[in-house]
Design a protein. Sequence first.
Length: 416
Amino acid sequence: MADTALMPIPGQIDPVPVARDITPREDGRIDVIGLSMQRLSELFGEAGLDKKQARLRSKQVFHWLYHRGVTDFAAMTDISKAMRPWMAERFVIGRPAIIESQHSSDGTRKWLLRTADGHDFEMVFIPDADRGTLCVSSQVGCTLNCRFCHTGTMRLVRNLTAGEIVGQVMLARDALGEWPKGKMDFAEVEDEAEYTADGRLLTNIVMMGMGEPLYNFDNVRDALKLVMDGDGLALSKRRITLSTSGVVPMMARCGEEIGTNLAVSLHAVTKDVRDEIVPINRKYGIEELLQACADYPGASNARRITFEYVMLKDKNDSDEDAHELVRLLKKYNLPAKVNLIPFNPWPGAPYDCSSPERIRSFSTIVFEAGISAPVRTPRGRDIDAACGQLKTAAEKKSRAELDRLAAEKQAALEAE
Ligand code: SAH
Ligand code: SF4
C-alpha cells in the first residue's frame, strides 16, 4: 500500500496525499465488472481456456452482466453447468455494498456505498418528470478543496476503479428493478426481441458525485465506455455528462476519448474569487479554462457546455458578476448554458446561499443576454443532500452501528 503521508501528486496545486492503492481481494478472485470484453477474454485464456472458447465465453458473460444484470455465474444458463463453478472459483461479479440508503419525500434517493476494501462513497438518483438522473462518484474524497464543497473537506482516500464506477450504475439498476426479465431466465436461447431498453427510470448519468473525474481519467473513461458500449449498458453518450472543476490539460482527451457532454464548475468570474472558492484556478485560470472549453471536441449549439455556478451570498452573486459571466462566455463564443445552483449548506460551511431575489436577478441578466440560465431546484434536502454529506453523517455513527445496518440490509435482501 502506498504511503499516504505528504507525497505530492505531479500536477497538483499543493502537495496532497497520494491516493491509496486498492487492496486485492483476500480470496484472490478477480472482479469481472469494469473489464473490457477483450480483457475478460485474455483472463479466461490465462486461466486455461483456449482462444476460441475464451472469446465465446467472454461474449456470453458480458451479455449476462450488462444486459441481464446477473450477479451469479450460476444464473448464466447458456454456459455449461461444469463451466459455471469453474468461473465462480476464479472470478467474482462485484457490486459496491450498500451501507445506507435514504429516500427523500421528493423521490430523490441517496446511497452510501462501500468498496470491497472498506471505503465509503455516495451515489444519488434524482427522478424528474421526463428523466431520471444518476449522480455517480469517481473518487473516495477529492484531492481538490473547493471551499463550498463538503467533499473538498475530506482527504482523497483513493480513486474508484472502473468496476466500482460502472458498478454504481448497475447497482442503481438493481435497486430500481431495471434489468429486463425475459425468456433468458428460463430458456437456453434468448429471443433478442424480449430485451428492451425502453421505459426505464434511469435515463441519464452525471459524473458529479464525489471526486474530480479528470484526476481519475483512465478508470472514468473505461467505466463510461462500458456504460456507452452496445454490448455494455448501451446508454447514449448524449445522456451522460462529465463535470470537471477545470483540469484543463485533460479536457481535450476527455472530448476525444470519452466524448460525453461536458459540464464545467465555473462558480466565479474573477481571479480573486475563483482562486478562493475553486483553488485549482490558481493553477489553471479562467481564461485558460474557457479556451479549453472553446476547443472542446464535439461542443456545438446542439451539444452545449454546461457552466455550473453555485450561488454564494455576497461572494459571487452580484449583477456585475452576472454581466461579467455573459461577457466571458461571449468572448469565447461558447455554446453555453448556465446552471445556477443554490448553495446547499452543510455544518461549518463558510458561506450562505444567496437570496431567491438575488438568484432571480442574476438569472435574468444572463437569460436576457441570450444564454439559458435555469435555477436548479434543490433536491433531497431532507436527506443530507449536498455532495459528501451522507458520508460525514454516517461517520458520526459508530462503525458497529453501520455494520448492524449493513447486516440488516443484507438480511432483507436475502429474504426478498
Ligand atoms: N469534481 C467535479 C464533479 C463533482 S462536484 C466538479 O467539481 O465539477 C459536482 C458539483 O457539485 C459542482 O459543480 C458543485 O457545483 C456541486 N456542489 C458541491 N458542493 C455543493 C454545495 N454545497 N451546494 C451546491 N452545489 C455543490
Ligand atoms: Fe472536488 Fe468537485 Fe468538490 Fe471541488 S467541487 S472539492 S473538485 S468534488
